[in-house]
Write a protein that binds this ligand. Structure first.
Ligand code: HEM
Ligand code: HEM
Length: 259
């Protein structure tokens, strides 16, 4: 009886081992204390830059036409637009609150803390600039608007500049946020499970991105809104950005089938 109890205790300890490892801080220290402001700074920043902003960018890239939509009969599906704006506003709000909590409380002890603070400030400026850029993107125009003339329908230099700047700054900032969050976890000596969960999440994000990209789901915004006809001025110019696809109705049906 006693033997079996001891065996059960040993099995329990072995099973508990991975949990102990995951619950311990990254440095392996026994004790871990962080200030309340740091914990909330970290939660809000991970919510903003770790979750909402990348998901909102993914929605903008791959859901201009949603699966099953009868394109080009059904144009201008605004699902991506509402998702993008809701997630980007919420993400930038979380980021701003997170910054407000950390502002002036950092010690800047060590290279990691310094780099984290510099990158962190850079990301906050980038986040606000993305919102400002989005608001200043110009008019829409086209047959779906009250006025035919507009920056987007005409693909003016202003609109082309917006698309180039907004897409590249957005994805660059999302990539840099991975580094900033990792540095944050290191300086706060966060529990290991947080790093493990985030690493799995970023891998899953990269896989989903690659799958959508290979399936050809990153469709030119212009075509998604006004269709593929050469009568529209923007279709006579190259699409803006890396890996953006254009389709004829036949090529679309061949790839995605009838709805
Ligand atoms: C709330 C204000 C915002 C507005 C109105 C807005 C608007 C837009 C629009 C119109 C597009 C489509 C561009 C195109 O395909 O031609 C877009 C794409 C994108 N936005 Fe925003 N945006 C906002 C905030 C943000 C923020 C804060 C980020 C931060 C990361 C961001 C990141 C992106 C990215 C990465 C793309 C490109 C997706 C792709 O690869 O196609 N946006 N946004
Ligand atoms: C992309 C997400 C993040 C951004 C944009 C960001 C931004 C910042 C900024 C701008 C500062 C400096 C504030 C000042 O000027 O005093 C800072 C400090 C700090 N952050 Fe973050 N942060 C992020 C994520 C995290 C995470 C996930 C953690 C912890 C798990 C963290 C922990 C800290 C700590 C401990 C400090 C103080 C560093 C010191 O002692 O100098 N941050 N952060």
């Amino acid at each position: 009886m006693e033997r079996s109890l001891m065996a059960a205790a040993a099995a329990h300890a072995a099973l508990a081992e991975p949990w102990n490892w995951l619950l311990a801080p990254l440095s392996g220290a026994i004790e871990h204390h962080i200030a309340d402001w740091t914990a909330w700074h970290a939660r809000l920043m991970v919510l903003g830059w770790g979750v909402l902003l990348p998901l909102g960018a993914l929605a903008a890239r791959f859901f201009k036409i949603v699966p099953g939509q009868n394109w080009p009969e059904q144009l201008d599906n605004k699902a991506w637009w509402h998702a993008h704006r809701a997630m980007q506003y919420a993400g930038v709000l979380a980021m701003t609150l997170g910054l407000w909590l950390a502002w002036g409380l950092g010690t800047r002890h060590g290279a990691a803390a310094q780099v984290h603070a510099w990158l962190g400030w850079g990301l906050c400026i980038a986040g606000w600039a993305q919102v400002a850029g989005g608001m200043l993107r110009g008019g829409k125009g086209g047959p779906t608007d009250v006025r035919l003339r507009g920056d987007h329908y005409d693909m003016t230099r202003w609109r082309i500049g917006f698309e180039r700047a907004h897409k590249s700054l957005g994805w660059l900032a999302i990539a840099l946020s991975v580094m900033t969050i990792v540095l944050g976890l290191a300086i706060a000596d966060a529990p290991r499970w947080m790093a493990v969960v985030l690493a799995l999440w970023w891998c899953a994000f990269a896989v989903v991105f690659a799958v959508f990209q290979r399936r050809g789901r990153c469709i030119d915004t212009y075509q998604a809104i006004w269709g593929p006809s050469g009568a529209h001025p923007g279709n006579r110019q190259p699409a803006v950005g890396w890996g953006v696809r254009r389709y004829t109705p036949a090529a679309w049906r061949a790839r995605f089938g009838p709805p």
